[in-house]
Structures are given as structure tokens and as C-alpha cells.
Design a protein around this ligand. Structure first.
Ligand code: ADP
Length: 399
């Protein structure tokens, strides 16, 4: 058995999970998990869960991430003993750019390379790096591995990642499509192939990660050939608060006509658009309530949301040449049958036939929700980014 700690350090939060990984056969086990919220703000809080025990909750101000990590280590001690026998610590890092294309053992060069990508992900890479530094100081003997959200998409061909901008300018500034949620797309693509009982190298999938952020990937024989997010997570689908695709001229128009600054527009498109902008709520459960009450804006927003996804499914079916399965995952993909039905409606021509009753049945397991005669299988596969990071970390540590 090997233990792996997975850490996701955000600007004001730390999420973590400790796994016991099997040597060969057997299932990995989550031993403990938790979240530290509102670091450096009022209302700081740690919630630590281990097995069936009552969660440990500590509400206290934490000045910085070092204090946050201290709370985590103390919670482990209180819950059953310090973290020992770690084979590795896996860190989620949002942006690997085009240089960090696989899970990487952290050394001075990796740290520099992650820092070099910071302009591409100014809100994410710096805290990710901070988490790595603190973990290295706390566990100097333990190998640290960085797992990148962008890595899975690095197999995209140039035709998918190039923007039609002047090539020298784009190359100099590294303006291209990178894609995100890669750890999730990779995990559900593998699990979907397992569920279908076919080798990953033989199946063509469209994976739909529909959470607060949302993205689609076209996966051909286990390799990503296209994805909907771009230079940043703003491109692509309609999301909780992000607009997704729009005419770039909207930006100039907002600037010239409404006098908004670049920062205002950044905030508008990332935090006040999407479902929040259209329907007045970004949580799909709230939107479902509004739809049930007959709110027209919410009904229309759902239509926009599902239609955008459907367009991508059509485009990616063309990119793949043949589609074997459509895979739904993340908070909305796993739990919202109305969205799944809305996406599949009208895709009959592509060979998608949803089974109404299977779609409505609730379960936490990977499952098929298409009709038996559907040419394209429709699956729900719960994602588990932490477990994927743990597995990739162990693979790197074991060489
Ligand atoms: P994040 O991108 O923050 O990780 P999640 O994957 O948790 O997001 O997805 C958040 C979305 O999933 C919200 O819109 C929420 O309404 C929806 N969601 C989560 N759980 C459920 C549930 N049990 N039933 C319906 N919708 C859910």
C-alpha cells in the first residue's frame, strides 16, 4: 500500500484528500479529505472528514496559507495521527502552458516553469505554487508531483489549438488554445472506456464536464484532439458565470459604447455572465426552481445552455469522424437529468437516443442512460479529479 496526499491550493482555499493506493489489484481508498476556506479573510474555516467519524470543523481566522496548512496537519493529528508514510504529494496546477505537458516531479526547474506560466493563469498558478512550496517545507523527504489541468489537451493538433492571429505575435505571446479540466476529461474518458468494456485506444468520445465551469473534449483513442476552453477558461460553453463563446468585437463594443475598462469587461464576462447573467442565478438547482415557477428568462437560459453544448457535440462528432459515446460528468452532468435530456434532444440524427427512465434514475455510479438501440452510447461517469491526481502522482513517483 502507498499513501498519496492530493492538494489543490487556491487563492483563499486549500482542498486536500489522502488516499491509500493499492499495489496492484484492489481499489484505492480515500482515508481523509477536507477543505480550508477564506484564508486571509473573515470567517476562516476548516472542515476535515475521516471515515465515518463526525467531521472536525474549526472556525478561526487564518492569516495566510501557511497557517491554513498548519490547521490541516493539526486536524490530521486530532483525527488519528500525523500524516505518515507518504509515497508522494500530488498538486493540482492549473496552467502548464505548452512546456509542462505531463505530470512532473517538482524540482527547482519545475517551480520556475510553473512560475513562468503565471501570466496565463494569474489567479491560479501563484497559489498553486505557494501550496507546493509549503508542502515541500513540511515534507522535505516526500516527492512532490505537479499535475496540470492543461496537460491532457496538449495532444491537440495545431488545427485545433491555433487561433487565426498573426502567427509571430501569437507565438511570441504564446496565445493559443490550451484547454482546462484536463484531469477530469482524462479520468472520465478512461472510466467510460472501462464501462463500455473496450480498450481506451479504440473508442471515440465526447466528454462533457458540466460544473460551475464547463468544457467539452473530443477524445480519440484516449487522446484529446479538441476542447472548448482556450487561452483561458472563458471560451466555449455557457457556464455558471462565464459567457463562453462570443464575438470578440463585443469587447471593443462594450469599451467604446458603455465605457467599460478592460478590467470591468474581464469581470463582466467571467463573473457576471453565463447563467447568472441570463437567468439571475448560477446554481442549476436554483435555475431548475425558477423554471418550475415558470420564469421565462430561466427557461430561455436553459435552452441557450443546452443548445451551445449540442453545437459542440455536433462539431466534435465531425472532428472525430465517428462518435461511440457521449459522456456526462461533474455537478450538473452527473446530477441534472433535465440538462442531459436538453442536450440529447435533437441529436437523434447523430445516432443519439436517450432512455428517459434511465436518464432520470439517480446513482453515484458510472452508468448507461441511452436506449439499447442507440448507435451512440450516452453515459454518466462521476468524475474524481483528486483520485486521478493521486494515480498520476504515484505513476511519476514509481517511475
Ligand atoms: P465546480 O466547478 O465548482 O467544481 P460542480 O462540479 O460542483 O462545480 O458543479 C456545480 C453545479 O452542479 C451547480 O450548478 C449545481 O447546481 C450542480 N449540482 C451539484 N450537485 C447537484 C445535485 N445533487 N443535483 C443537481 N445539481 C447539482
Amino acid at each position: 500500500m502507498a499513501r498519496v496526499l492530493v492538494v489543490n491550493t487556491g487563492s483563499s482555499s486549500i482542498k486536500y484528500q489522502l488516499f491509500e493506493m493499492p499495489e496492484e489489484a484492489g481499489e484505492p481508498r480515500a482515508l481523509a479529505s477536507g477543505v480550508v476556506e477564506r484564508i486571509g479573510e473573515a470567517g476562516g474555516k476548516l472542515t476535515h472528514r475521516a471515515g465515518d467519524a463526525e467531521p472536525i470543523v474549526v472556525e478561526d481566522r487564518m492569516a495566510d496559507h501557511s497557517e491554513g496548512f498548519d490547521r490541516v496537519f493539526k486536524a490530521f493529528e486530532k483525527a488519528g495521527g500525523p500524516i505518515t508514510d507518504l509515497a508522494g504529494i500530488g498538486h493540482r496546477v492549473v496552467h502548464g502552458g505548452d512546456r509542462l505537458t505531463a505530470p512532473t516531479l517538482v524540482d527547482a526547474a519545475t517551480i520556475q516553469a510553473i512560475a513562468d506560466q503565471a501570466p496565463l493563469a494569474p489567479l491560479h498558478n501563484p497559489p498553486n505554487l505557494l501550496g507546493i512550496r509549503i508542502a515541500m517545507a513540511s515534507f522535505p523527504e516526500t516527492p512532490q508531483v505537479a499535475v496540470f489541468d492543461t496537460a491532457f489537451h496538449q495532444t491537440m493538433p495545431p488545427r485545433a489549438w491555433r487561433y487565426a492571429l498573426p502567427a509571430d505575435l501569437a507565438d511570441e505571446l504564446r496565445i493559443r488554445r490550451y484547454g482546462f479540466h484536463g484531469t477530469s476529461h482524462a479520468y472520465v474518458a478512461r472510466k467510460a472506456a472501462e464501462h463500455l468494456g473496450r480498450p481506451a485506444g479504440e473508442v471515440n468520445l465526447v466528454t462533457l464536464h458540466l460544473g460551475n465551469g464547463a468544457s467539452v473534449a473530443a477524445v480519440q483513442g484516449g487522446r484529446c484532439i479538441d476542447t472548448s476552453m482556450g487561452l483561458t477558461p472563458l471560451e466555449g460553453l455557457v457556464m455558471g458565470t462565464r459567457s463562453g463563446d462570443l464575438d470578440p468585437a463585443v469587447v471593443f463594443y462594450l469599451h467604446r459604447e458603455a465605457g467599460l475598462s478592460v478590467d470591468d469587461i474581464d469581470d463582466l464576462l467571467n463573473k457576471r455572465s453565463g447563467m447568472l447573467g441570463l437567468a439571475g442565478a448560477n446554481d442549476m438547482r436554483e435555475i431548475a426552481r425558477l423554471v418550475a415557477e415558470g420564469a421565462q428568462a430561466a427557461t430561455e437560459a436553459m435552452d441557450v445552455y443546452c443548445y451551445r453544448i449540442r453545437k459542440y457535440v455536433g462539431a466534435y462528432t465531425a472532428a472525430l469522424g465517428r462518435l461511440d459515446a457521449l459522456v456526462f460528468t461533474a455537478g450538473i452532468g452527473e446530477n441534472n437529468d433535465a440538462v442531459r435530456a436538453g442536450v440529447c434532444q435533437g441529436l437523434e440524427g447523430l445516432g443519439v437516443s436517450l432512455h428517459t427512465k434511465r436518464n432520470k434514475a439517480r446513482s453515484g455510479k458510472a452508468r448507461t442512460i441511452s436506449a439499447d438501440d442507440s448507435k451512440v452510447a450516452v453515459l454518466v461517469v462521476p468524475t474524481n479529479e483528486e483520485l486521478e491526481i493521486a494515480e498520476q502522482t504515484l505513476a511519476v513517483v514509481r517511475g
